[in-house]
Each structure stands twice: as structure tokens, then as C-alpha cells.
Design a protein around this ligand. Structure first.
Ligand code: NOJ
Length: 564
């Protein structure tokens, strides 16, 4: 029995004379610039470092690079606290370096996506500094969300709200007023009902589009617009309000008025600029962001929260292809990014040791990689075996795939970072109960030796563990069994496998083995269990995530079978 899931509008069928839009089935590689490659030897990755690795990116076979923020920032939140949206942090380079990077990537046929952070600025942004100086009732404060404090002298917060990173969401400024910050205290939220705010982001989108940027990743796309009516509700009341488009701050319908204006900007370029929403919303509301009239694509984060489990994977795939069909967009597959524990580690930890967002619990934080019976034990080999199988499964799916830097090396999360080296505000604001996201942001190992394993000439801004040496690019390069070789091969073959945006499930008779066909006859089979699974005797195996025994698929392994 087969189940057919069709996802694409007819325009993407390979018989159509119009080529499908580039982003629909693109592999987008996420670069976290401060941790990718350091050209000037200050321990912080930079744009010229990325430029020096364009060959590596081209050889990997990706279609686009998404650059996490590289803008001037005090790094209160790893660059997501932007002090100037139209410049490069001097520690990372200059606008000329940016132009050179775009030119070099384009010369290799690699598109460039940059991160836009519109919900909040840095507290060092000129606007916020102006707002502090200008005082209550000023036009400068009206770009942000200021309220008088409660109590006779305004010394109490306007509401008891808790920020996403922990701690209060309202901060006093010393004159009886408080400002709202959904994230860190250094990230004041903008007021998106203010026309100056709207105009400025249009300016920013044009600024980067004019410099040749192909698309944008929109940070917390579901929170820009707000409707805070006095008296403000309590946190408990806020939590109880349904998220149906009218919640005071989450996933409001009117946020799409902003994106309709942006759409005009995107479509005024040839080719139109693209955008992908980071929107943590109810699944049924994802298509609102992914519609062509809105941002055009939205992240699907379901696999970040799933176990390595056939039932969960199949449900997630089916649900998200259905959602993509509703919006007319293609779906997006994400196994890792800069906010979650790397998937090799997630799949190697006992399920109970993971928080709901895949993040491990603090009490075990520094202990995963220690031997000698400390808990929770990371089964590092199983983690990487499952990660390779999951990656090959995902890369075989219709839709676009986002690859986070280092997953192509099979990197594990770095758990053992001393508290004094941690940078993530979630660690400091929890306080210390959540070890935060530094473990997936440790600078990449390029060579087995040398200061910072070839990342740069003088150390790395987060400490790298000794085991990075075994996983360095130079070590994996040329080793056909390496994870790097697997990704390179998969990305090369993917151009043959990805035609129409559809799949057909093939029932395998096993609850732990998933199999699907793509429209051109390629087949993907993943054994999520441990019992071997027999493949057809004549299967033309193009790629496998692990060693095969003839036509027998071992546990925790994926194969791609080419069409005949
Ligand atoms: C989502 C980003 O991915 C994350 O890194 C950041 O901390 C928050 N948005 C706030 O900007």
C-alpha cells in the first residue's frame, strides 16, 4: 500500500518550462559568523574568514548560505542584539568585506541570506540611547515600548511578565518609566505601530538587497506587532489568552500587514528577494507566514523536538508537507541550529535527559562527555550513527533543508564549558539552571593541530575540546567514511533526487522502518530500529549513511536507492 503526498503547486513540476524558484528545494547552510573561521587572529570569526572558506562551501555543494547576524553588537545575545542594522561589526570586518564575500559566493553559484532582527534592537542602538536621553513622552521613546511603573513612585514593574530568557520582562530606566524586553535586558522591543520603525526596516531590507543579498531570515517573526492595553494583564492572564491571531503579543494577525509591505520590497527586485520566518507558532498558523503574500517560507522546527523515532518522523513529514501545500510554499527541514543542542548529541542522550526544546537539563550540563559513569551518559557513537541516518533521510525529502555549520562534520555539542567562559544570556538569566546555547556555537575545527584547530591564529572565543581534533575538516577530507564525505556525496546526488516536490510512502511492514519514493523513482529507506531490514536484491544503492551488509539495511541507517 502506498500513500501519496503531493505538496507543490504545478509550477514546480519538472515538465514545466519555467524553472522552479531556487529556494524551494535549496540546501541552505547556516554560518554562525563568530564561530566559523577567524582570518585576523583575534579569536572571533569574521567575514574574511568565511571568504577564505568559500571553496569549502562550494565543495560541500550547498545552494545558499544564511549568515547569522554580523552587525555591530555588544554580543549580549550572540549578535541578535543589533546596534546598527546597516553595517558590519568592526571585529568581523567591513561593508567592503561583505561585498567581496557576496561576490565570491555568487561566483560559485551560492546564494546569500542574511538575518534580520526586527523585534528588538540592542540597547546600544542609537534609537534606544536617544530614547533614554529624551525622557518620558518623547517621540524617541515612542519607537520602543515604555510604560510608567506601578506603585505611587513607579518603582514597581508595569506587569509581572517574565522574559523568554528568564527574569523580568520590564526594566526600569530610573525616571519612573520601564521598557519592555521579550528577550535579554539589552534587547528592548520595538513598537511596530510606529511608522518610523516600519520605514527603517524597509530601508534595511533595501540596503542589503541592493548589495546583492538574495534573501532574509526573519528573527522571531511572530512577535513584532503588539497590542498592550492598560491595565496590562498579569503573566498568568497572558498565558491563558488563546493564540488565535488576537493575542496581545504572540502571532498576531496584524503582523502580516508588516510582511505585506515587505513583500512589495522583495518583489521589486529581480529575482524577487526571499524570506523565511522564524515563527514558533501553532502548526496550523505556519502557512500564514509561508504564503507568497507574506514572507514566502517558514521554518518547520518539529524535527528539533522529535526523538529519533520512525513514527514521529513520519507524522512530522506528512503534517509539514500538508502545511506546505496549504501555503503553496515548500517546507523547511531543520535538525540543528544555533539555538539547540546538536542533533548528534540529542540522539545520543537518553530521552528523559532532554528538555522539551532538545536542550539538556542543567544538573547534568558539564558531564555528558566525561567517562567513568557520570550521568547522563552520552552514547556518542549511537548519536552520530543516528544523526547520519536522520540527515540522509531529511536530505532526501521534498522541500528545503537547513544545515547548521559543523553538522556536516558530525560534531557533538560541547558540554564541558566552564561557567566563566559561557556567553549565552539564557545561562546567566536562568540563573545557571539552563546551560544555554554556547555548546553548539563553539568555533569549528578545520585542522587537527594548531591554535584553535585551524579556526584562527590565536585561540577561539569559546574553548574547543580536545576531541575536536578527530573531527577536523582536514582529518575528514579524503576519508570516504567520514561524515563530511557523506554530506558532500548527498548534496551532489540530491540534484538528481530532487525533482517534483512530492513523496509517496511505501509501507514496509515494520513500524520502525520508513520508506518513500520521489517522483523520479529515487527511494529513501531509513531503519530507525536495531533489527536489520532486507532491501530488494536488485536495489541500486547510491548512498548509505553507514556500512551495509550486501542488500541488508542495518539498524539506524539510511540508504538512497537510485531510479532505474
Ligand atoms: C531567535 C534567535 O535564533 C536566537 O538566537 C535569539 O536569541 C532570539 N531569536 C532573540 O533574537
Amino acid at each position: 500500500m502506498t500513500t501519496h503526498v503531493h505538496t507543490a503547486p504545478l509550477t514546480s513540476d519538472h515538465t514545466d518550462p519555467e524553472p522552479p524558484e531556487w529556494w524551494r528545494q535549496a540546501v541552505v547552510y547556516q554560518v554562525y559568523p563568530r564561530s566559523f573561521a577567524d582570518a585576523d587572529g583575534d579569536g572571533i570569526g569574521d567575514l574574511r574568514g568565511i571568504l577564505s572558506r568559500v571553496r569549502y562551501l562550494a565543495d560541500l555543494g550547498i545552494d545558499a548560505v544564511w549568515l547569522s547576524p554580523f552587525y555591530p553588537s555588544e554580543l549580549a545575545d550572540g549578535g541578535y542584539d543589533v546596534a546598527d542594522y546597516r553595517d558590519v561589526d568592526p571585529r568581523l570586518g567591513t561593508l567592503d568585506d561583505f561585498d567581496a564575500l557576496v561576490e565570491a559566493l555568487h561566483a560559485e553559484g551560492i546564494r546569500v541570506v542574511v538575518d534580520i532582527v526586527p523585534n528588538h534592537t540592542s540597547n546600544k542602538h542609537a534609537w534606544f540611547q536617544e530614547a533614554l536621553a529624551a525622557g518620558r513622552g518623547s517621540a524617541a521613546r515612542a519607537r520602543y515600548i515604555f510604560r510608567d511603573g506601578a506603585g505611587p513612585d513607579g518603582s514597581q514593574p508595569p506587569a509581572d511578565w517574565v522574559s523568554v530568557f528568564g527574569g523580568p520582562a520590564w526594566e526600569p530606566v530610573g525616571d519612573g518609566q520601564w521598557y519592555f524586553h521579550n528577550f535579554a535586558v539589552e534587547q528592548p522591543d520595538l513598537d511596530w505601530s510606529n511608522p518610523q520603525v516600519r520605514a527603517d526596516f524597509v530601508h534595511t531590507l533595501r540596503f542589503w538587497s541592493d548589495r546583492g543579498v538574495d534573501g532574509f531570515r526573519i528573527d522571531v517573526a511572530h512577535m513584532l506587532t503588539k497590542d498592550f492595553v492598560d491595565p496590562l494583564p498579569s503573566q498568568a492572564e497572558l498565558d491563558a489568552i488563546p493564540r488565535d491571531g488576537n493575542h496581545p503579543m504572540i502571532d498576531r494577525d496584524d503582523v502580516h500587514e508588516v510582511y505585506a509591505e515587505w513583500r512589495e520590497v522583495f518583489d521589486s527586485y529581480d529575482p524577487p528577494r526571499t524570506a523565511v520566518a522564524e515563527a514558533w507558532v501553532e502548526p496550523s498558523r505556519i502557512p500564514l507566514y509561508a504564503r507568497a503574500e507574506s514572507l514566502g517560507q517558514a521554518f518547520n522546527f518539529d524535527l528539533l523536538e522529535a526523538d529519533f523515532d520512525a513514527t514521529q518522523f513520519r507524522r512530522i513529514v506528512t503534517d509539514n508537507l500538508t502545511l506546505a501545500a496549504q501555503s503553496g510554499s515548500s517546507t523547511t527541514w531543520v535538525l540543528s541550529n544555533h539555538d539547540v543542542v546538536r542533533h548528534a548529541t540529542r540522539y545520543g542522550l537518553p530521552d528523559a535527559e532532554r528538555g522539551t526544546d532538545g536542550r539538556p537539563l542543567r544538573k547534568h550540563g558539564n558531564e555528558w562527555l566525561l567517562s567513568g559513569g557520570t550521568r547522563p551518559e552520552l552514547d556518542a557513537a549511537a548519536g552520530i550513527r543516528r544523526a547520519r541516518a536522520a540527515s540522509l533521510f531529511v536530505l532526501g525529502l521534498p522541500g528545503s533543508a537547513y544545515v547548521y555549520q559543523g553538522e556536516e562534520l558530525g560534531l557533538h555539542e560541547v558540554a564541558a564549558i566552564d561557567d566563566e567562559h559561557r556567553q549565552d544570556p539564557t545561562f546567566f538569566r536562568s540563573p545557571g539552571e539552563d546551560i544555554g546555547r554556547d555548546g553548539c556555537r563553539v568555533p569549528l575545527p578545520w585542522t587537527a593541530e594548531g591554535s584553535s584547530f585551524g579556526f584562527g591564529d590565536d585561540g577561539a572565543h569559546l574553548p574547543q575540546p580536545a576531541w575536536f581534533a578527530d573531527l577536523a575538516v582536514a582529518v575528514q577530507d579524503g576519508d570516504p567514511a567520514s561524515t563530511l564525505a557523506l554530506y558532500r556525496r548527498a548534496l551532489a546526488l540530491r540534484h538528481e533526487l530532487q525533482t517534483g516536490e512530492a513523496l509517496t510512502w511505501v509501507e514496509t511492514g515494520r513500524h520502525d522502518v520508513l520508506q518513500f519514493h520521489r517522483p523520479n523513482g529515487w527511494t529513501v529507506v531509513t531503519n530507525f530500529g536495531t533489527e536489520p531490514f532486507d532491501l530488494p536484491a536488485d536495489a541500486d544503492i547510491a548512498l548509505s549513511s553507514g556500512p551495509l551488509d550486501g542488500r541488508v539495511l542495518p539498524g539506524e541507517t539510511t540508504v538512497w536507492i537510485s531510479a532505474r
